[in-house]
Design a protein around this ligand. Structure first.
Ligand code: SF4
Ligand code: SF4
Length: 83
């Protein structure tokens, strides 16, 4: 969801946040992969992504979930954010 060059925590481009969150402006439900998520885990519309995506920044959760499977990452994010 984020740039790999974020000044705070690095985004590992796992793509899990682009699946876990619901994004109403994109008509995307929680747990559904965003149509703009590319296979390399990056955003296909990065310069035009919705505000909600711009506001999301990588944090310690990204580090904590690194060793998990993709499905586990999505589930952990959903649980942490109460989805
Ligand atoms: S628009 Fe881009 S940043 Fe937002 S959920 Fe989709 S792929 Fe991720
Ligand atoms: S969950 Fe974290 S590491 Fe994975 S793509 Fe989103 S911001 Fe990047």
């Amino acid at each position: 969801m984020c740039t790999k060059n974020n000044e705070r925590t690095e985004c590992f481009a796992c793509g899990a946040c682009c699946v876990a969150f619901s994004i109403s402006t994109l008509g995307k439900e929680s747990g559904e992969a965003c149509n703009y998520l590319s296979e390399d885990g990056l955003c296909g519309i990065y310069s035009k992504r919705p505000d909600v995506c711009r506001e999301f920044v990588p944090d310690e959760i990204c580090v904590l979930i690194q060793g998990l499977s993709f499905e586990e990452k999505v589930e952990v994010i959903k649980k942490i954010y109460g989805m």
